[in-house]
Design a binder for this molecule. Structure first.
Ligand code: EPZ
Length: 418
């Protein structure tokens, strides 16, 4: 098991490039199950969740090659089973995104239910309700979802809440259904739009992706795609906060301001100078952050995946800020670890009241989930003395070479065997 060691207090400055978005690449990879033609995916981040997805697609009978770094060539012509097994799904709940494509292309699927994870119970009822509306016969047997349907039929579906995964599963399923599908209260995240762009390149007929109403006219079969993954807006936000928390000056290349919306306003309200520059976004900060209240919400609201990172900044802000988490019921595991570093945070239900301190002190801390672990990296960059972060396999699920990227910006950070 590795650990990350940071000697804090160094100012970050320079340019860093954001990698491809993990949360766009995952559905894009599962979309290849919809066709027997080869697909090329570019700008794929080299992170653990992508490796898990490759294993799952190969387990299903697909082939995945990597002709060059961060480019995958996939061919699911050879898919000969429609069962996504528990041992892979339990490590990555996004594997549930095999359900829609397998059902749409083969008329049947047996996918292990993802179960809970560190940040919450993570049910899939909205996915299943939508597929049932499209005519699927669904049974949940011994921890597996078994779905059958000779051919899905287009349907009028209203999502109970704008679930990202449910929108992706249903969007993919609808591309091969008979007739038209209308999804209302759909998720609007940029990752949905990126998926719809690739599906359209495959021959799907989709209108409205990125809005809360998506309309799909089913086709009989789909071709392949050659598609670059959008930049990871959560990694972009993480580096912008790294600049703000170390009173630095960092430009993140490949970043799109329209993918970060409310988050950039919150970072500016905290006193950082945030501006779009040619090819990216620059963040400069030269004073202690101001306290800013945030409430997470579906896109284009404040992203829940940046809540922990922003809280790290608020731990050093001048004043009290309220951080409200409305998407997941247990996404405050980073709070106890931040308190070990001297932060002053009081939890009450889905809210955290953060009283900013003048400084944090490095300490041995434990990563608990992907975004909580990077929050501890940010706190360690700003803290005095040394921070050691254990269980960094959480970090490796979604960040490619983050210690190299931060070292290049001036951080004193390294990975060691724990
Ligand atoms: C995606 O998860 C992301 N994962 C998450 O990122 C992200 O936090 C989340 O969207 C919200 O933006 C990927 O894209 C692989 P949801 P997903 O379905 O699809 C409830 C990260 O750190 N819900 O929008 O699982 C659910 O319990 C990860 O990269 C139902 O009740 O998110 C949760 O409270 C973490 N029933 C809320 O909706 C359902 O059928 C949001 O879930 C589905 C979801």
């Amino acid at each position: 098991m590795d650990k990350i060691v940071i000697d804090g207090g160094r100012r970050l400055a320079g340019r860093v490039r954001a990698g491809g978005a993990k949360n766009a690449a995952l559905p894009l990879l599962f979309a290849t199950l919809l066709t027997d033609k080869p697909c090329t995916l570019r700008n794929v981040p080299s992170v653990a969740d992508i490796r898990t997805t490759r294993r799952l697609l190969e387990r299903l009978g697909g082939s995945v090659d990597e002709p060059e770094a961060n480019t995958l060539v996939l061919d699911c012509a050879g898919v000969d089973t429609q069962e996504a097994p528990y041992d892979l799904v339990r490590t990555m709940r996004a594997s549930f995104l095999t359900l829609g494509p397998l059902l749409a292309r083969f008329g049947r699927a047996r996918v292990s239910q993802p179960g809970g994870c560190a940040i919450g119970s993570r049910p899939v009822d909205i996915h299943l309700a939508g597929l049932a509306r499209m005519g699927a016969q669904i049974e949940n047997v011994a921890g597996y979802t078994e779905a059958r349907c000779k051919r899905l039929k287009g349907a009028y579906i209203i999502l109970e809440m704008p679930s990202v995964g449910a929108t992706e599963n249903l969007l993919m399923a609808a591309t091969l259904a008979e007739g038209g599908t209308r999804i209302e209260n759909a998720a609007r995240e940029p990752e949905i739009t990126d998926l719809a762009d690739a599906l359209t390149a495959m021959g799907a007929r989709i209108e409205g992706a990125g809005s809360s109403v998506i309309e799909i006219e089913g086709v009989d079969e789909l071709g392949g795609y050659d598609h670059p993954v959008i930049a990871d807006r959560i990694e972009v936000g993480t580096f912008l906060i790294a600049a703000a928390i170390t009173l630095g000056d960092v430009t993140v290349e490949g970043a799109r301001a329209d993918h970060l919306g409310v988050f950039l306003e919150a970072l500016s309200a905290a006193g950082a100078l945030v501006e779009e520059v040619p090819g990216g976004i620059r963040c400069v900060n030269d004073a202690r952050a101001k306290a800013v209240d945030i409430i997470t919400a579906p896109y284009p609201g404040f992203p829940t995946d940046l809540q922990a990172q922003f809280m790290a900044l608020m731990c050093l802000a001048d004043g009290v800020s309220e951080v409200a988490e409305t998407i997941f019921e247990n996404r405050f595991m980073h709070v106890d670890e931040l308190i070990r570093m001297g932060a002053s945070i009081r939890l009450r239900g889905g809210h955290a009241d953060v009283t900013g301190k003048v400084s944090l002190t490095g300490a041995p801390v434990m990563a608990t989930d992907l975004r909580a672990s990077v929050c501890l990296v940010l706190a360690g960059l700003a803290a005095r003395s040394r921070t050691e972060i254990l269980r960094v396999y959480h970090l490796d699920r979604g960040y490619q070479q983050i210690e190299e990227k931060l070292s290049a910006l001036g951080a004193d950070i390294r990975r060691e065997k724990a």
